[in-house]
Design a protein. Sequence first.
Length: 258
Amino acid sequence: MKKGIYDKFGEEGLKGGIPLELASDNPWSVGYVFHNNPERTFKEFFGGDNPFAEFFAEDGSEVLLPFGGPRGRGALRQDPPIVRDLYVSLEDLFHGCTKKIKISRRVMNEDGQTSTIRDKILTIDVQPGWKRGTRITFEKEGDQGPNVIPADIIFVLQEKLHSRFKRVDNNLIYVASIPLGKALTGCTLDVWTLDGRLLNIPINDIVDPRYCKVVPGEGMPLPQDPEQKGDLLIYFNICFPKSLSPELKTVLKNALVP
């Protein structure tokens, strides 16, 4: 608490106290005055007259305790979590899969003092429909050490880039390139799905640059119910001809220009 007061209010805050309007429930609203009793300071820091007393029984025999003993000096602490990305393809997220990851970590030997580097396989069962940002935690699988609680290892799911689809929530986005003539007169679009099926999708509407064809139920599985799926959203890249003959321009003008 004194350190916090010094950091915020400086030496004057320690000597003169915190301004009352800033004190709120902080008891340090009066100045610090040293009690001039070094023995009291020693007792407050070590918890008693003898800082080594906790290592010995009443009869003077040695007690084998971890360094610091029960009063907290050198108490067990846990290392910060180890966070790693886990990249998974859309196909694996569609079907679900099992990922096995080998880690190397320091493990304490039976003597409790020395350690050895050993490999371990961590298994992750990726469920259909899992999304980017899903966190998989393996508790206390980090390095072991004296007076240290091993760190948790956390894998954060990331999606690999896909050659055909982009995922948005539970939907899949597909961009199809079609010539201007088919955009105006209609066509049938072939799309291979993530599970290897070929969809023949009729496009009967006039396709403008903002048009989107929605194919229900052909997206990603829903995590809470993999039997249900999102939608496939098809957008279009309309390819215009680079040149037109005068005769073709006349035909198009008669057909399209009122």
